[in-house]
Write a protein that binds this ligand. Structure first.
Ligand code: SAM
Length: 281
């Protein structure tokens, strides 16, 4: 069954009485070259793969061929009528119905992938939860070695930007703290059914064994980072004093201590400078 073929998909969906839910970010891939490329970039036969949002299983099928075992988490229970048909010949795949943001992923990984050399995440993520899912995968320090995901093009460029560049945001700092990041390739909006209003990109985050900088208090570091990007046009002193209720003179003193100008904007700081500053505040 060719799951990238529009006629096949339409007939499957019609038989199951399935209609797309925009609120669940349901844009299914119809470009037959994308899923094999994602699977190849993500895993090999020694890997367990955790997929989020299999839809009708077009990427799941490729992951099943490329990996040792696949566990796919799908929120939409209406797909129970379709996935057993489309994945009938994939005996190394298990589907778990639930919300990827609420399920205990650590336990799922431990229970399903104990015989795999490493565990990878691979997904065409629903746009409405891209950042929460990526951040929860990184922050919960799951025993995974990489995350290969399709996200909205602008989100990809933000997630993979250089810290200190104009494209960077608080999420860029967090991603750079946990992973080595790369945009693998771009995917046009016409590769999906229904076509979204935006283009996409596939990114790969290789999880670092330890962060590239020494941070004594992570909570303080990430609080400062969020505050730095809260009002991007303002100086760091103004935005951080407003957001974290810290006296302006204390912030100016801290900036002097780390050799930064009192008029610097938060988005201009490097990872190292953010780490040093968080120690002086
Ligand atoms: N993998 C399929 C593909 O590439 O064609 C479908 C991708 S579609 C962009 C996103 C999928 O994620 C949908 O099947 C949707 O139902 C599912 N989904 C949305 N929110 C979810 C959540 N919180 N947890 C798990 N799955 C979710």
């Amino acid at each position: 069954m060719n799951l990238s073929d529009i006629n096949t998909i339409n007939s499957l969906l019609k038989k199951a009485g399935f209609s797309f839910k925009k609120s669940l970010g349901q844009n299914f891939l119809i470009d037959s070259s994308v899923c094999p490329a994602m699977a190849e970039a993500s895993c090999d036969k020694t890997c367990g793969v955790l997929e989020i949002g299999p839809g009708i299983g077009v990427l799941t099928k490729e992951l099943s061929k490329a990996a040792k075992r696949v566990v796919a988490i799908e929120l939409d229970e209406r797909l129970k009528k379709i996935l057993p048909i489309t994945l009938a010949d994939c005996d190394n795949v298990e589907i778990i119905y639930g919300d990827a943001l609420k399920l205990d992923l650590k336990t799922i990984i431990t229970e399903h992938f104990s015989d795999c050399e490493k565990v990878c995440v691979c997904a065409n993520l629903p746009y409405y939860v891209t950042s929460p899912i990526v951040m929860s995968l990184l922050e919960s320090r799951l025993p995974i070695s990489s995350i290969t995901v399709m996200v909205q093009k602008e989100a990809a460029e933000r997630l993979c930007a250089e810290v200190g560049s104009r494209d960077a945001g608080a999420v860029t700092v967090a991603v750079s703290y946990y992973a080595k990041k790369e945009i693998l390739f771009y995917v046009d909006r016409t590769s999906f059914m229904p076509a979204p209003n935006v283009d996409s990109a596939v990114i790969k985050l290789d999880i670092l064994e330890k962060p590239p900088i020494m941070v004594k208090d992570e909570e303080k570091f990430f609080k400062l980072t969020k505050a730095c990007f809260a009002q991007r046009r303002k100086t760091l002193v103004n935005t951080v004093s407003n957001t974290l209720k810290i006296d302006k003179q204390t912030l100016k003193n801290a900036l002097n201590e780390v050799g930064l100008s009192e008029t610097v904007r938060g988005e201009q700081l490097t990872l190292e400078q953010l780490a040093s500053l968080s120690e002086y505040i």
